[in-house]
Design a protein around this ligand. Structure first.
Ligand code: BG6
Length: 486
């Protein structure tokens, strides 16, 4: 692939699905509005549903109004966007409809083709095969694979193997939308452009790291999907491990995609594999029971139509990294649905001061912390000790927050999917996962999933709207530490 052409046909498989309406169409709409989509580019929805193009355009409009922030939608912008919209009915379980797609795509052969597969992963191989058999894969064709890429290493390898029969690795864009979040990208800027952190960023000065991705939403509405995956496969194997990689990786030799991915893979390969005893002592899994969320009563995960399930809606664990930089520095990670509040943050906790000269003046020294918050608001805070101003005889100290946020110069914060879709259009794979990354992540995660399948850890319960099970508090407390928000 030599050309970087923004002129493209963006072909959205699963284009009438939840993700497409909630995230992908709004992202494409914004890209169009902000002038990132070439005038003649097309957004071709592939769906099983039979309807006219006019009806499809009306449906997209209705969904955009539903999912876009109120001030983002205007009729005028939509008119421009609507010109790009096309529906092609394809049933990818029977392969009916590809001839029509071929006809549509062959109208313009000189443009890039981006096939975005927002479908269940079971269809990935079949769709790629059908694209190939219908001669729809050109040199400038890319394929975007939505997560989850399998349920374990084996199934992930099967999916990737099949896709690789038809596409080269450099044409495959495996998406993890967390990498498209601005604050996540800022982790690299923070680490690798500030001398301040160069020497502090290791086991010499860091005591431990915490990564939390808590959501207040439950699994309702997506129960069927979610129940096949659970917190470990849905969030930890991908989003949280990617965050961990960015915190733990060595400086890449350049910002080139492969240089960055090389460093991330090294981290994944040095995650200490968990033995069955480790799974018992260092991991927690739990399901939420009925409770209240943002002032409203909500059902438990298993409530409703006689549901039975061994799927976790919360997972927490201690991870050790076996390399020189992180020797002896645990990473505690946790993620759950129906938690008290939506909150995603990374806390780097520095070691305790070797000696305090303030102790006999009645002031204790809190350990310094760097807190990187991704959600609900993005922020970076460095927690430092400071003298309480005044004439008191004793030197009293307090913890203060140094805000490291960049001043907001942008009119609107773009969504992670906008960044990632634009990167695919520009053929820049930096923020996408390479095959070896995905496999290394599964290889590590499988040990935990196997232990859970063998019931070496009981399934705990937590009330919806709380901070998760007490076992997660004990997990970190057994090492003499506590979660940042406790
Ligand atoms: C998705 C998961 O990948 O990420 C969802 O499948 C989860 O279960 C979502 O809700 C969270 O994304 P964000 O950007 O809202 O934190």
């Amino acid at each position: 692939m030599t050309r970087k052409n923004n002129l493209c046909d963006f072909i959205l498989f699963g284009g009438h699905g939840d993700l497409a309406f909630r995230k992908l169409m709004p992202a494409l709409f914004h890209l169009c509005k902000d002038g990132y989509l070439e005038e003649d580019s097309r957004v071709i929805t592939i769906s099983r549903r039979e309807m006219s193009n006019e009806e499809h355009i009306e449906l997209v409009k209705e969904k955009l109004i539903q999912f876009l922030p109120e001030d983002s939608f205007t009729e005028e912008d939509f008119k421009r966007f609507a010109k790009k919209l096309l529906l092609v009915t394809v049933d990818f379980s029977t392969n009916e409809g590809y001839a029509k797609l071929q006809e549509v795509l062959n109208e313009f052969e000189d443009r890039d083709r981006i096939n975005y597969l927002s479908t269940a992963p079971d269809f990935f191989g079949g769709i790629c095969q059908a694209l190939s058999e219908n001669k729809l894969i050109t040199e400038n064709t890319r394929v975007v694979l939505e997560k989850p890429l399998g349920r374990d290493l084996k199934s992930s390898q099967e999916i990737n193997k099949k896709v690789l029969e038809y596409f080269q690795e450099n044409q495959i864009y495996r998406i993890d939308h967390y990498l498209g979040k601005d604050t996540v990208q800022n982790i690299m800027a923070l680490r690798f452009s500030n001398r301040l952190f160069v020497h502090l960023w290791s086991s010499n000065h860091i005591d431990h790291v915490q990564i939390t991705v808590a959501e207040n939403v439950g699994a309702e509405g997506r129960w069927g999907y979610y129940n096949d995956y659970g917190a470990m496969r849905d969030m930890i194997q991908n989003h949280l491990l990617q965050l961990l990689c960015l915190i733990a990786m060595e400086p890449p030799c350049s910002l080139d995609a492969n240089d960055i991915r090389d460093e991330k893979v090294k981290v994944l390969k040095t995650l200490r594999p968990l033995t069955s005893a480790d799974v018992a002592n260092k991991t927690v899994r739990a399901q939420y029971t009925a409770g209240s969320s943002i002032g409203e009563s909500v059902p438990g995960y298993l409530d409703g139509d006689t549901k039975e399930s061994d799927t976790e809606t919360f997972a927490a664990m201690r991870i050790d990294i076996d390399n020189w930089r992180w020797n002896g520095v645990p990473f505690y990670i946790r993620s759950g649905k129906r938690m008290q509040r939506r909150n995603s943050e990374i806390v780097i906790q520095f070691k305790t001061m070797p000696h305090s000269i303030f102790a006999n003046k009645g002031s204790s020294i809190e350990d310094n912390k760097l807190v990187i918050t991704l959600q609900p608001e993005e922020s970076i805070e460095l927690k430092l000790m400071n003298k309480i101003p005044g004439l008191s005889e004793n030197m009293k100290l307090q913890e203060v927050d140094l805000q490291l946020n960049a001043p907001h110069t942008l009119k609107r914060k773009s969504d992670a999917y906008e960044r990632l879709i634009l990167d695919v259009i520009r053929a820049n794979p930096t923020l996408f996962m390479r095959l070896d990354e995905v496999e290394a992540a599964w290889r590590w995660a499988d040990k935990i999933l196997d232990g859970w399948a063998d019931h070496v850890v009981p399934m705990k319960k937590y009330t919806a709207g709380t901070d998760g099970p007490t076992a997660a508090v004990q997990l970190i407390a057994q090492d003499g530490r506590s979660w940042h928000d406790e």
